[in-house]
Design a protein around this ligand. Structure first.
Ligand code: GDP
Ligand code: IMO
Ligand code: MG
Length: 425
């Protein structure tokens, strides 16, 4: 059976973890392909709430094989911590079912410090990164000066390599950014210990992925971040440093497009963004505050309040194009209950002209003014609804408008954070 790619269709935090958990019931293996622990994916099963940063969300399904792909950047300390958290919650974390690519890149303490120092130096122009060392780690990867996860197979040598990496970065930190240099001995030791723990998980994940595909099993590629945070297709420089879009799944895992039969875009019923950068439909007012409070819009990774606004149809159409989405899944429709009217951006006004497609330049999107369609809201709580016909008519109409604007069908509507709170369309 072929592969499904699951993508965030907006600016991240669309509910990918919750949806990956839903789709996991029909898959045999799940792989993360890009990003690192800048991601925070929530899976809620009754009273149990998992916040996953590196391990695929399918890990809570006992039969699902989990792969951490070559396109990822891995902080070994954080991965060990996440595995410990899962084990304490009774999840099977054995290396027989969790495989870490030997070709992912390592986030070192130097990357963490540099991320913070660079953000501080940007002052008013800060990107608002998660300060998890993501950008500096991908920079080293591209410059061919990075450390591969495969090096953890020899923990002593790895420890020395981490120490050398820190020592190379120290002059930049102290002389250029005016920070204290990092003291290496304890950190290198800690990294060596983490390597010892992680070495049994190291695997050739190209073989893992192709074994899954050749056995006729279903692979789900769990995207992190979102389409508009993609390094190439988001609004640079207000992006992350990896390929968050569908193409990233192929390069990050090492398989070809002929294996993919579904590309599923996850979108919230409204929009959020955390960090700086353009956000045309942002509501920096009572509406935005209400969405934040009702939707619990605080970062899973950093706890930062998320910026909130109306659903952006231009952004959705862009996500359909850039990823080749075959379908959409809408989350958090329950959060919109109680609004008298809803606004949905169908186009932008750019310098006096109406544009229906996403402007390519960051300067243009910063000037774009959304053109809204106004739709009736609904007043009833929909979190217990499980059938499409039981949704209030205005809610069904809202979904129909999303389908018309995006040009692809909505296959699932999530009406709450818990596993069964969903409506199959
Ligand atoms: P991800 O990064 O895309 O996996 O999303 P996050 O986990 O960072 O953020 C999504 C948040 O919304 C989490 O707290 C989820 O538990 C929650 N959530 C997901 N789907 C729904 C939904 O349909 N309704 C509500 N109210 N909350 C949801
Ligand atoms: P999930 O997978 C939301 C944002 C940061 C910042 C920009 C660059 O949970 O949807 P980085 O640390 O990657 O260099 O930060 O990207 N960002 C996210 N926003 N959800 C995420 O992941 C994000 N990962 C990065 O806030 O604006
Ligand atoms: Mg998140």
């Amino acid at each position: 059976m072929p592969a499904t790619i699951l993508i965030g269709a907006q600016w991240g935090d669309e509910g990918k973890g919750r949806i990956a958990d839903w789709l996991a019931r029909d898959c045999d293996a799940m792989a993360r392909y890009a990003g690192g622990d800048n991601a925070g994916h929530t899976v809620q099963i009754g009273a149990q709430k998992f916040q996953l940063h590196l391990v695929p969300s399918g890990v809570v399904h006992p039969g699902v094989t989990c792969i951490l792909g070559s396109g990822m950047v891995i902080n070994p300390i954080r991965l060990v911590r996440e595995l410990d958290m899962l084990a304490a919650a009774g999840v099977d974390i054995s290396p027989e079912r969790i495989h870490l690519s030997t070709r992912a890149h390592v986030i070192t303490p130097a990357h963490l410090e540099l991320d913070g120092a660079e953000e501080s130096a940007r002052k008013g122009q800060a990107i608002g990164t998660t300060r998890r060392g993501i950008g500096p780690a991908y920079r080293d990867k591209a410059a061919r000066t990075g450390l591969l996860t495969g090096e953890m197979a020899d923990p002593d040598r790895f420890s020395t390599r981490v120490q050398a990496h820190i020592q190379r970065a120290n002059p930049l930190l102290s002389d250029y950014y005016g920070q204290e240099p990092i003291t290496t001995a304890d950190l290198a030791l800690e990294y060596g210990e983490a390597a010892q723990r992680l070495a049994p998980y190291l695997a050739d994940i190209v073989t893992c992925v192709h074994d899954v595909l050749e056995r006729g099993e279903r692979l789900l590629c769990e995207g992190a971040q979102g389409t508009l945070l993609d390094l190439d297709h988001g609004h640079y420089p207000y992006v992350t440093s990896s390929s968050a879009t569908a193409g990233g799944a192929l390069t990050g895992l090492g398989f070809g497009p002929r294996h993919v039969d579904r590309v599923v875009g996850v979108a919230k019923a409204y929009c959020t963004r955390v960090g700086s950068g353009p956000f045309p439909t942002e509501q920096d007012n009572e509406i935005g505050l209400r969405l934040r409070e009702v939707g619990g819009e605080y970062g899973t990774t950093t706890g930062r309040p998320r910026r909130c606004g109306w659903l952006d149809g231009v952004a959705l159409r862009y996500a359909v194009r850039v990823n080749g989405l075959t379908e959409l899944i809408i989350t958090k429709l329950d959060v919109l209950s109680g609004f008298d009217v809803l606004h949905l951006a169908t186009a932008y006004d750019l310098d006096g002209e109406r544009v229906a497609q996403m402007p390519v330049s960051t300067a243009q999107i910063e000037r774009a003014v959304p053109v809204y369609e106004t739709l009736p809201g609904w007043q009833t709580d929909i979190s217990d609804v499980r059938r499409l016909e039981d949704l209030p008519e205005p809610a069904r109409h809202y979904i129909a408008r999303i389908e018309a604007l995006a040009g692809v069908p909505v296959r699932l509507i999530s009406v709450g954070p818990e596993r069964e709170q969903a409506v199959v369309c």
